[in-house]
Design a protein around this ligand. Structure first.
Ligand code: SF4
Ligand code: FES
Length: 257
């Protein structure tokens, strides 16, 4: 009668051994900062046994849950949707939940640090207020004047396709915090705000395009972009960020959108 239990136990053991055989040892080198302890950030190494098919977010969880509970970082969905875990991993902006250990040359220490251009509050957490203020400033919502339809506002597939790319933004700030213009003074609206302005400027149902263009015609608006493509390279959603900025610039010149 006890055989099935024994068999189950042994297969569970096999599975555990099998999964342990896939583990590799990696060094996670995390830039730690706690303003209550020191004004200086320090790099701290954590040695982990981890399956290389796991993600940097899993490695961070391992550190936090098993080694040092004081490690602080943001994450929510863990599946590339909420945009809360953008960080610099091996010197490049990425989402920790979308970055596999095996893709990072795990023979060398994997560096993890906060995104640049925004004030670091603690460890990997930056102050996102300036980023979201720029987003709010471009009025990222549908603006219409009267004539409320009794059903949904209709739009042709072609008109919908016009701004499809910029609807994919998850507001992770990977683009804005990869932009050297934004690093320099932080006053520039930044790629993410322009992407979200683009999403409405080119929406055939919207009537606030002129207002948004005027906002982006500001000295800290689209003309600050130097077309370095850092933003496009950084975007985890594959949005053609630089192209969207160029389209907004062109709309400002031609007033056609
Ligand atoms: S455009 Fe891409 S990188 Fe920038 S905030 Fe949106 S999703 Fe993130
Ligand atoms: S945790 Fe939500 S995007 Fe990574």
């Amino acid at each position: 009668m006890s055989t099935p239990t024994l068999e189950k136990h042994s297969s569970a053991l096999d599975a555990a051994e099998d999964s342990a055989s896939h583990l590799i040892t990696v060094t996670l080198r995390i830039r730690r900062f706690n303003p209550e302890v020191s004004d200086e950030a320090v790099w701290v190494d954590y040695l982990l046994d981890i399956d290389p098919k796991e993600r940097v977010l899993d490695a961070l969880h391992k550190v936090k849950w098993e080694m040092d509970g004081t490690l602080t970082f943001r994450r929510s969905c863990a599946h590339g949707v909420c945009g809360s875990d953008a960080m610099r991993i091996n010197g490049r902006n990425r989402l920790a939940c979308k970055t596999l250990i095996k893709d990072l040359n795990p023979d060398k220490p994997i560096t993890v640090e906060p995104i640049k251009g925004l004030t670091v509050l603690k460890d990997l957490i930056v102050d996102m207020d300036p980023f979201f203020q720029a987003y709010r400033d471009v009025m990222p919502f549908l603006i219409t004047k009267g004539n409320e339809p009794t059903r949904e506002r209709l739009q042709s597939p072609e008109d919908r396709a016009r701004f499809d790319d910029t609807t994919k933004c998850i507001l992770c700030a990977a683009c804005t915090s990869a932009c050297p213009v934004f690093w320099n003074d932080g006053q520039y609206f930044g790629p993410a705000a322009i992407v979200n302005a683009h999403r409405f400027i080119f929406d055939s149902r919207d009537e606030g395009g002129e207002q948004r263009l005027e906002i982006l015609n500001d000295k800290d608006g689209v003309w600050r972009c130097r077309t370095t493509f850092n933003c496009t390279d950084a975007c985890p959603r594959g949005i053609e960020v630089t192209k969207a900025i160029q389209e907004v610039k062109r709309a400002l010149i031609t007033r056609r959108f």
